[in-house]
Design a protein around this ligand. Structure first.
Ligand code: HEM
Length: 409
């Protein structure tokens, strides 16, 4: 075939695709605008709650994650994962709605239009990447070698940047598409107008074209179903419906789920007769307590959630000694401003230490806990002692604790 023949073929294919696009309300601007709005809202929620999770784990000089309300992180991270999972059907529906526009000919009409189309690359790649890695992470499936948190974090910035540019470029079209009366939902002729009004059935000459209302309805139903079958991992009354969630909040040792289990070394250190719990650093008198001595100190019981970064959570009753009580016994004045490092037997692992600000450490419910639900901690929950404090991601509720180090500011 000659070059002229090939060009004519491409043009004919483009015309064919364009007429299909114009005839289908599924692929028109109004459908794209509605799905775009829904994704804009869900990605904004994901981005803000994701940033909060990042700040809770990586405090900065300008933002200190508060100790209260005790269940705040449970809400923000539960929302993050639930909204992210619900976005999967939305994104697939949006990509399908706009997919035929890729065949547009000519591919761009001006320099500004070219830039706008190039920005779609990070937007589409970033959205798919975030939803895929996020879902794989909560399912404990890691088919990659890079750091999940670092890449998820930076791709989130890139995606949201591209999203802002996309929203800016499409704001006018979106407003017009949404303002237009739905009965003129497509700009094409009678066939499309009937199919696109979302009310009447499509004419018999185009049975394959679903109405916009049906398309959006199925998309919303798919998002709702994903939410219903996963959100029970943190919303207690829906726990038995959480058939697609990686965790159920009522399943685990002592009725509380766990993620990390101890290595043989940690298990040996935790059950050793030589176990001592230490308080050291900027203290008047270092403490070195056997488990019995720790348990004999004035105790405190608190009802606090354990909340995983992966979106599951469980309210439970914990008993132990408050971090404040331990500091007072080591001679740290109540007036001193401190940072506290909680140290675990998990030597060499990313979870060996967690840190607490003064506000977090001095909270009335910040505990070195040894009982859960009135019984000694199960080994998987951090026996003989673990940190449990309000409003902290589970990765910072250090288990198998051997010491706390106090630093005065
Ligand atoms: C199915 C969808 C998603 C799931 C299941 C998901 C899951 C997660 C999880 C489990 C974390 C905590 C990681 C950790 O601390 O170990 C996280 C963090 C985060 N997510 Fe997502 N995510 C999803 C979508 C998104 C989207 C769409 C955005 C942005 C638009 C986003 C932005 C972030 C950010 C900024 C963080 C903080 C990363 C850090 O701590 O450095 N996520 N996500």
């Amino acid at each position: 075939m000659t070059a002229t023949g090939r060009a004519a073929g491409v043009r004919a294919r483009a015309d064919e695709v364009r007429s299909t696009v114009e005839a289908s309300p599924v692929h028109d601007e109004r459908t794209a605008a509605i799905l775009g709005l829904a994704l804009g809202v869900s990605f904004t929620i994901c981005f803000v709650t994701g940033l909060l999770s990042h700040l809770a784990q990586h405090p900065t000089s300008w933002f200190a994650w508060p100790a209260r309300p005790a269940g705040l992180y449970r809400v923000t991270q539960g929302l993050h994962v639930a909204t992210g999972l619900a976005s999967i059907p939305l994104l697939l529906a949006k990509l399908w709605a706009v997919f035929p526009h890729l065949f547009r000919w000519p591919p761009f009409e001006s320099a500004a239009h070219l830039v706008e189309r190039v920005m779609l690359v990070p937007l589409v790649f970033g959205s798919v990447f975030l939803l895929f890695t996020g879902t794989a992470n909560v399912m404990h499936w890691y088919p990659w070698r890079f750091s999940f948190t670092r890449s998820h974090y930076w791709v989130a910035w890139m995606t949201v940047g591209a999203l802002v540019a996309h929203v800016g470029a499409k704001a006018g079209t979106t407003v017009l598409a949404l303002r237009r009366r739905d009965t003129t939902g497509t700009s094409a002729g009678a066939t499309a107008a009937t199919a696109g009004d979302g009310v009447g059935p499509a004419p018999s000459s185009s049975p394959a074209i679903p109405s916009r209302r049906a398309y959006l309805g199925w998309t919303a139903a798919a998002s709702g179903l994903v939410t219903l079958t996963t959100v029970g991992q943190t919303v207690w009354p829906l726990r038995s419906a959480a058939v697609l969630a990686p965790r159920r909040p009522d399943i685990g040792p002592q009725g509380v789920p766990v993620n990390g289990v101890p290595s043989a070394e940690v298990r040996a250190a935790a059950t050793s007769a030589d176990y001592r719990f230490r308080v050291y650093g900027d203290v008047e008198e270092e403490l070195s307590l056997t488990l019995e001595e720790l348990r004999s100190l004035p105790g405190h019981t608190a009802a606090l959630p354990i909340t995983c970064v992966e979106g599951w959570s469980r309210q439970a009753t914990w008993t132990g000694v408050t971090v404040s009580e331990l500091m007072a016994r080591a001679g740290v004045p109540a007036s001193a401003t401190v940072d506290v490092r909680v140290e675990s037997f998990q030597h060499g692992s990313a979870y060996q230490y967690s840190t607490m600000s003064d506000e977090q450490a001095r909270d009335r419910d910040a505990l070195i806990a040894f009982d859960l639900g009135g019984e000694p901690l199960h080994m998987d929950h951090g026996y003989p002692a673990r940190l449990i404090a309000p409003n902290r991601p589970g990765v910072l509720q250090t288990k198998w604790v051997e010491a706390i180090r106090v630093t005065r500011r």
